[in-house]
Design a protein around this ligand. Structure first.
Ligand SMILES: N[C@@H](CCC[C@H](N)C(=O)O)C(=O)O
Length: 257
């Protein structure tokens, strides 16, 4: 499956358990010797929710949130679902050619990102080349957001890993750059922790929208254009992030890996 080109191998283990570890995740994700994907998604039975979801990046790291994959779950299951993740319970509802997901409330606490030491997360006093003073936010996973005049002029393929692996981010970080075109419209790109440049990052869109709201750059609802397509983000009355967009089921097959 994929969400705007952010592609996944989704393992449906709701009836039969499947074991995945870092080595197996890397083997599945390998685009030369495996199936190939940005993330591996393991769907299991839920104890207090309809299903559970675990997520591994292509580098084998297990993480707590994946926005684009969360939109894929109701499409796979065929109905609205509650999903238990390591970041908490999410609710995903079928809508059009995908779904709307309540991704919960963002956190801007420095120790919730986490950062190695206390800093103003509205504008970290740090710079990496031409990128400086990002917003830091956790939306179930950690992100920094840089607002720039031209997202296509930034060498994200080189600055992204420099930022991802900076020791100021003890759990590494996802790196987003965004250009606000209007209060309800921006364009963005993402270097993903554990996956590199992707066609789309749902949590990156959530983080970028939350950062734009924090800095009063964005209206309570906006269209975000990512390389693979557009997502709509909205802020609910109680501060939750609501993300809407497509989710595509490419094929279902058998594989032994
Ligand atoms: N592409 C996903 C994010 C997957 C995890 C992220 N790379 C991380 O390491 O936190 C999305 O759509 O949110």
């Amino acid at each position: 499956m994929h969400g705007l080109g952010n592609d996944f191998v989704v393992v449906d283990a709701r009836t039969d358990p499947v074991a995945i570890d870092a080595d197996r995740a890397r083997a599945i994700a390998d685009r030369h010797t495996g199936i190939g994907c940005d993330q591996i998604i393991l769907i299991g039975p839920g104890s207090d929710t309809d299903v559970s979801m675990r997520i591994w990046n292509a580098d084998g790291s297990e993480v707590a949130a994946c926005g684009n994959a969360t939109r894929c779950v109701p499409v796979l299951v065929g109905r609205d679902v509650s999903i238990r993740t390591a970041a908490g319970i999410l609710h995903a509802a079928l809508e059009g050619d995908g779904a709307t997901v309540d991704m919960g409330k963002p956190s801007f606490d420095w120790n919730a990102i986490p950062l190695a030491y206390a800093m103003d997360t509205r504008a970290l006093p740090l710079a990496w080349g031409e990128l400086a003073n990002p917003v830091a936010v956790n939306v179930g996973n950690p992100h920094v957001v840089f607002f720039v005049p031209d997202v296509h002029a930034v060498p994200l393929e080189t600055l992204g890993p420099d930022i991802e692996y900076d020791l100021v981010f003890p759990e590494r970080i996802n790196v987003n750059i965004a250009h606000v075109l209007a209060p309800d419209h921006l364009v963005m790109r993402t270097w993903e922790r554990g996956a590199g440049l992707t066609r789309a990052c749902g949590t990156g869109a959530c983080a970028t929208f939350a950062a734009g709201r924090l800095l009063d750059l964005l209206a309570p609802s906006a269209r975000l254009d990512l390389p693979g397509g557009s997502l709509r983000l909205a802020e609910s009355g109680d501060g939750h992030l609501l993300m809407s967009g497509p989710a595509t089921h490419v094929f279902t097959g058998e594989a032994s890996l």
